[in-house]
Structures are given as C-alpha cells and as structure tokens.
Write a protein that binds this ligand. Structure first.
Ligand code: 7TS
Length: 417
C-alpha cells in the first residue's frame, strides 16, 4: 500500500489541532505518539470546553430543580441523553440509562435482569474473547444462581466459530452476551447474525460495544440487540460515565439495581415504589458533568462522521499490518486487517511485551502491554501477555512509521544485550 498516493477517507491532521494533549511533548521533548486508544481516547477542546462551561455557568444538581440553575443543569443533562439516544438510534430516551461505564452497565444487567430471570441450570452464552467486564459479572451470577456459562470458541485466526452456535444455543440459553469488537484481537463480530440466531432460539442478547460505539455507526434497532453497553471515555467523553441501552419492555420489567435518591416514586419507612425509566436505574446524583461532556463528544463524533472514522481506521490498520509485518520478529494477533477494527495486538520474538512497551515509551510512543483484561483469551492463544497499538481517527500513517522504526530500534537494543 502506497499510503502517500491513497485518498484517505479523512484528513487526521485537520482534527488533531483540536486535541491539546496530542501536541504536548513527552519525555525529553519528543512528540507524543498516542496509540493506546482502546484503553481510553483523548478529548478535543470542544469537550473540555463543554465541561468547563458547565462548571463555570450551569452547574447544580439535576432533577431537584426548584431553582433556575438546577433547571439549566437538568436541561443540559437530559439533552445529552437525547443526543445519545439519537446517536444509537434508540426508540426513546427512556431506553438510555447513564452508568459509570461499560463495566457498571453489564453488572446492572447481571444483577437486575440476571437475578430476576436466571435459575439453576439456565445457560448464558459468552465467547472466548471477552473482556473481564463481560466475564466476571456472569461468574458472580453463576455463584448466586448455579447457572451454566458456555463460550463460543474462537478459530485459529481469532474469529468466532459460529459453526458451533447451533449446538451451543439450547432451550436453556437465556442470554447471549458478546463483544462487538474484541479489545485484543480487534475482530469485528457479526453481531446482527448472532442476535437473529439467539432470538430464534429464545435467548436475549447483550452487546458489549465498548470498542465499537466510538469507531463505527451503531444502530441498536438495526442490530435488534436487547442490551448494549459502552463507555464515554473511549469515545472522547469524560471518564466516569457510560451507557446502558435496553429495550423498554425489558427495562420496565426489571427491578432497580441500586437504591437511593432519584430512583423512587415514593418511599415509606417500610417500602418504596420505583420511579419510571430511566430514573429507576439512576440512583443517587448521576455523573452530571461527565454526561454533558459525553453529549459534546457525540456532537464532535457526528461532525467527523462515524462511517469516515471506520473507513479511515481500516486504512490505518491495513497500513499497520503491512508496515509492521515487514519486521520478521513481529507477529500480530487476530484476523486479517479487513476483518478487524483499529487494534493491532502483537508479540515480538525475543522481547517480552512489557519490555516492548517500555522501549516504545522511550520514543514517546504510548501502547499497552499485558493481558488487556482478557486473561482467558491470552490463555487460549497460548501466551500470557501481548503488546497492543490501538488507533483513533487522529492517528496518522506517519505515527505507524514511527512505531515500526521504534520496534526495529527495540530489536537492536535487545540484540546488543
Ligand atoms: N468491554 C470491552 C470490550 C473493553 O475493551 C473494556 C475496556 C470494557 C468492557 C470495560 O470498560 P470500562 O470503561 O468499564 O472500563 N477495555 C480496556 C482496554 O482494553 N484497556 O483498558 C481498558
């Protein structure tokens, strides 16, 4: 691929200027090469400004409004919910629950829907490529209910082996909970097909969209997913806020998860009546400013264009595979680039993944190393750790060249030892 002659789906440098942190020097004045976007992304000035503006001009607690400022704060908070609802094409804002992130969203479903619906011997179908956030809440549910956890296996090239689905979906399967995009392999899973097959078998589906919502168009109605979870901080929003989307009928039938203020219609000394959606699942003071910041991030995402982001990251990923693939010691995990999002996890012959990350850091290049909260997946791959470069639309082909050069340098350092 001759990257200099390709017409790129978007021009990263025109957006980079909005991200103050991307132009700050790190380590002895070197430019920052930020390739840890699967862990968390950076924020443009517009999001930071929305946060500052809220605190400086519009901040009060929400939904308690007798006063003017509280009304303003509530309007901004509910505007953000509306933006998110449109962004994912929910049927109504009542289907959008603010959580602290993907982790809390999945825990909410496991606790509330799980405890109400799962009985001994019922089956929950997961996959071998899940983040711990989509494993441990189900382990905990298993401890409470003695249900059975099953897993869709992965193929040698890191895709879900859907040939197994007919036998794994049984009349005991109540829920299928799957990641849309693997945070390690980058694999984009055929969620709509899995939803259709799960529904035909009488099971509902939760989609972990932590790694997909920030990078490509997400239409919950088109997927026909029953629950969808994602995090604000992976899509340029603040940390501390995330979303659980749920079909209204399911959410209405579920008991509240946490108890406290805001989630009630009426409280007596000996009992309570829950509020309507979405308040029923938002006990206590919510993440007010983070939610407003997430609304600003969504405005920004829509300006850039989700399809363009997806298409551009596709080019970057292909370029990364080609460029890094010329290094004989480099081995990427997961499928071919056409089948994955902008995540390139890899091992290097003769250098531990943590050492790789440390040597890259000397060049100002930020990547993650370790098991990326996916220990069972690494075990399946026969390794304990990997290094991971993950992209966003503000990354450039030149940064991938820098990564390749730094990896060559790391090999030279190790050979000298
Ligand atoms: N699901 C997936 C697929 C993820 O990648 C992550 C975070 C989560 C759930 C949890 O999200 P949280 O916002 O609630 O923490 N993944 C990563 C990662 O790959 N590196 O750091 C965090």
């Amino acid at each position: 691929m001759n990257i200099s002659t390709i017409r790129l789906p978007l021009e990263p440098n025109s957006w980079r200027a909005d991200f103050p942190i991307l132009s700050r020097p790190v380590r002895d004045g070197q430019p920052l090469v930020y390739l840890d976007n699967a862990a968390t992304t950076q924020r443009p000035r517009q999001v930071i400004q929305a946060i500052v503006d809220t605190y400086e001009n519009h901040y009060a607690n929400v939904h308690r409004g007798i006063h003017w400022l509280s009304d303003q704060s509530t309007d901004l908070f509910e505007d953000a919910r509306q933006k998110i609802s449109k962004f994912i094409n929910a049927n109504s804002e009542q289907e959008v629950i603010f959580t602290t992130g993907t982790t809390m969203a999945i825990n909410l479903v496991a606790r509330s829907w799980g405890d109400a619906n799962i009985r001994t011997g019922d089956e929950i179908l997961l996959t071998e490529m899940e983040h711990h956030a989509n494993l441990v809440p189900w382990h905990q549910l298993q401890e409470r209910t003695d249900c059975r956890l099953r897993h869709i296996p992965i193929t040698d090239d890191g895709q879900l082996n859907l040939a197994t689905l007919d036998t794994l979906l049984t009349d005991r399967t109540r829920l299928v909970s799957i990641t849309h995009v693997s945070n390690v392999l980058g694999t984009i899973n055929p969620v709509a097909e899995i939803v259709a097959r799960a529904h035909a078998a009488g099971a509902i589906v939760l989609v972990d969209a932590a790694q997909s919502a920030p990078h490509s168009p997400l239409d919950v109605q088109q997927l026909d997913a029953d629950f969808v979870a994602f995090s604000g901080h992976k899509m340029m929003g603040p940390s501390g806020v995330g979303v659980l989307y749920g079909k209204q009928s399911l959410l209405e039938a579920m008991p509240p998860f946490l108890g406290g203020g805001n989630m009630i219609r009426r409280v007596k000394l000996d009992r309570f009546e829950p509020a309507d959606l979405p308040a029923k699942f938002e006990a206590g003071t919510p993440p007010i400013v983070p939610a407003i910041g997430l609304g600003a991030a969504i405005d920004y995402l829509l300006q850039v264009g989700l399809q363009k982001i997806h298409d551009y990251e596709q080019v970057l990923t292909q370029y990364a595979h080609e460029t890094l693939g010329r290094i004989p010691e480099f081995h990427s995990l997961g499928p071919a680039p056409e089948r994955k999002a902008g995540i390139v996890s890899f091992t290097m012959d003769g250098i531990h993944p943590h050492d790789v990350a440390q040597l890259l850091d000397r060049h100002g290049i930020a990547v993650r190393a370790g098991h990326h909260c996916a220990m069972p997946l690494h075990k399946k791959l026969g390794i304990t750790a990997s290094s991971r470069a993950s992209f966003y639309f503000y990354n450039t082909p030149a940064e991938i060249d820098q990564l390749a050069a730094a990896l060559e340098d790391a090999l030279r350092v190790f050979r000298r030892r």
